[in-house]
Design a protein around this ligand. Structure first.
Ligand code: 28F
Length: 646
């Protein structure tokens, strides 16, 4: 910029106001939306500047308070924004520049310029532009400096010394009141803020972040402070699981290449579960939910390092196939947190890190540091390799079992389970598969059915709890393989809904607790292993009658309470008892047909994905590995006996 004259000074001011005006015109461009997400983004922008000051090593405590009048106050104990003139903008102080143009430049803030990669890092000037009022207090050199803005950044009170810094403190305070003419709603939600503030504390080891909702009495402040940083985050996530070893692994490396500061931290721990979605990554404190270069670098190095270690220690024979990434990541909880000057956020939701140098930095750091960690923790390392080898064997077994299932049914059609009483029609549009609990009911269902369109598959006892075993173990279970072969369309990622052999898969269980258990397990199985079958509306639950009563020598069946009430209205003098039907076996074939299977008289409940998902949720909670969650669930659902028997 050429040397300034008073005219250009004026042009600076104009540039400032034009800049802020541009933000007010299209707020969504800067904070994503003017809905709740955008509103809370305003808080994160201000807090980010304080976190930058913490990352630069000058701030240890950040206080966020929701003010009674609807505003938000953020206080840090950093150096305080400089109040001296800002050379590039004559007549403006650094503080005014930070509040109206640039963004505080921490080590990773990019030296005063935060390159906005999408929604994050647009800086506090955007907050100013979208607030009806902003107050700034800067405590520096024993003095307190004050300035305020109104209506999107117009100076109300220019920067001046308002007194001494209380107790000689240092730091920056920003209070802002979001502009109600911009935002759909200006009421902050505590829960939203606390979740994200907790995450920021995990990602900045040692930093204390205190949140106080002062809008109503009785809300005590909550402080998040994790000396262990992301290692504490891994402990927090794994708390409800069974860990493979007590220690949490940690590695860190930083590097400076052509002015680009880059740092990577990884914390990791395996648990005994089978999930492979425990990897979470962040860039400059922002969750990169679509992954990106840092995650790719980590995954590649993890796989190579574990395989190299396993071979070097003879835990993997040279002839053994290498362990795949998914085998190694089974049960892994890991946090990959990187910091860099100019993050490029890409992808649909700006949740993917695009900086290519990050891939090699993270890969090199992980290769080096993880190899050291494995050497230093041989027993943990062995457990990881053994678990990964089991996962690899399970994967192989599942593949061969699936191939076998496919081969048998493809080759000679003999892939159909022995117990299946198939129907004669080959047209899925009219064919129905009844999965009947218990051999007795299966018998009367076979007798009752329409053999042209209805196939019967009796399921003996409680089918395997598919929740807690790997896919190979599941495929060894006779009941499960019968089910897969009967439906005839494969399972899991190979499931092809075009190949289903029946247009309707009907679950026919007793109306007692055992029946509801089987039904829950079957729904979970379909939801987990044949989701398109559920999504396509092919899964139904038969509704056997709940009551029976005598009329003369006949037995009349009533579907539900409503039918019973209607029956009594029509027969006010009916004196006979109503029996509560427990099991399908109480009905003979004729009755089973007329009440439950005859398409002209039956009621079938079509299962929605939501209902299957709830069953799945119930199953994971009750059968999954999370002991704590199971206890809570049973306590809260104790009144609902349906769930108690499991
Ligand atoms: C409640 C929100 O915004 N805290 C901040 C600082 C400290 C410095 C700074 C900020 C302009 C471009 C340098 C102080 N002393 N909390 C905050 N704390 N900005 S914002 O500098 C901004 C300058 O880069 C600071 C020495 N260096 C930096």
């Amino acid at each position: 910029m050429s040397d300034e004259t008073s005219a250009e000074y004026g042009s600076e001011q104009i540039q400032v106001l034009e800049g802020l005006e541009a933000v007010r015109k299209r707020p969504g461009m800067y904070i994503g939306s003017t809905g709740p997400a955008g509103l809370h983004h305003m808080v994160y922008e201000v807090v980010d500047n304080a976190v930058d000051e913490a990352m630069a090593g000058h701030c240890t405590q950040i206080d966020i308070t929701l003010l009674a009048g609807g505003g938000c106050e953020v206080v840090d104990d950093g150096r305080g924004i400089p109040v001296d003139p800002y050379p590039k903008y004559p007549g403006m102080s650094t503080a005014e520049v930070v509040l109206t143009i640039l963004h505080a430049g921490g080590k990773f803030g990019g030296g005063g310029y935060k390159v906005s990669g999408g929604l994050h890092g647009v800086g506090v000037s955007v907050v100013n532009a979208l607030s009806s009022r902003v107050e700034v207090e800067i405590d520096r050199d024993g003095k307190r400096h004050f300035m305020s803005f109104v209506d999107g950044g117009t100076i109300k009170e220019s920067l001046h010394v308002s007194g001494d810094a209380p107790g000689g403190r240092r730091g920056t305070t920003v209070r802002f009141w979001p502009d109600p003419t911009i935002f759909d709603e200006v009421v902050f939600r505590s829960q939203t803020l606390t979740e994200r503030l907790q995450m920021m504390a995990f990602l900045n080891a040692g930093l204390r972040i205190t949140f106080h909702d002062a809008r109503t009495a009785g809300h005590d402040p909550v402080t998040f402070h994790y000396e262990g940083g992301i290692a504490d985050f891994v402990r927090h996530v794994n708390a409800s699981k069974e860990s493979l070893f007590s220690d949490v692994g940690y590695l860190q490396q930083s590097e400076e290449t052509d002015g680009q500061a880059m740092e990577v931290e990884v914390a990791f721990q395996w648990n005994t579960g089978f999930n492979t979605d425990g990897l979470h990554s962040f860039a400059n404190g922002i969750a990169t939910i679509e992954g990106g270069m840092h995650e790719e670098g980590f995954k590649k190095a993890l796989t190579n390092t574990i395989n190299r270690y396993a071979k070097s220690k003879g835990l993997l024979k040279d002839k053994d196939p290498a362990l795949l990434g998914e085998d190694i990541r089974e049960g892994l909880t890991a946090i990959v947190s990187v910091r860099l000057s100019e993050p490029q956020f890409e992808g649909q939701t700006k949740g993917k890190l695009g900086n290519v140098p990050m891939r090699s930095l993270v890969e090199r750091a992980t290769n080096e540091r993880l190899a050291d960690w494995l050497e230093e923790h041989p027993s943990e390392a062995k457990r990881v390799v053994v678990k990964a080898s089991q996962a690899a064997r399970a994967r192989e077994a599942a593949r061969s079992a699936r191939d076998a299932t496919r081969r048998k049914s493809a080759l000679d059609g003999a892939g159909l389970p022995g117990k299946l009483a198939d129907c004669s029609s080959n047209d899925p549009r009219e064919s129905e598969l009844y999965i009947v609990e218990g051999n007795s009911a299966g018998g009367s269902a076979k007798e009752a059915r329409d053999p042209h369109r209805m196939a019967i598959l009796p399921i003996r006892g409680k089918i395997l709890n598919v929740e807690r075993v790997r896919i190979d173990r599941m495929l060894k279970n006779a009941e499960v393989t019968s089910l897969i072969q009967a439906v005839g369309a494969g399972i899991a990622e190979e499931f092809d809904v075009e190949k289903i052999r029946y247009g309707k898969v009907v679950i026919l269980c007793d109306a007692d607790v055992d029946g509801s258990h089987i039904r829950t397990l079957l729904l979970t199985f379909f939801f987990r292993q044949m989701k398109p079958l559920v999504e396509g509306g092919h899964v139904y639950i038969a509704q056997p009658p709940l009551y029976s009563t005598k009329v003369g020598k006949d037995t009349v069946y009533l579907k539900d309470d409503f039918a019973k009430a209607r029956f009594l209205e029509e027969r006010p003098n009916h004196r006979e008892e109503f029996a509560r039907l427990k099991g399908l076996g109480e009905m003979d074939a004729t009755e089973l047909w007329s009440t439950t299977m005859d398409p002209t008289r039956r009621t079938l409940l079509q299962v929605s994905v939501e209902q299957a998902a709830i069953a799945d949720e119930v199953c994971s909670t009750l059968m999954g590995e999370d002991v704590e969650l199971r206890k809570q669930f049973i306590q809260t659902n104790a009144k609902d006996v349906r769930f108690l028997d499991i």
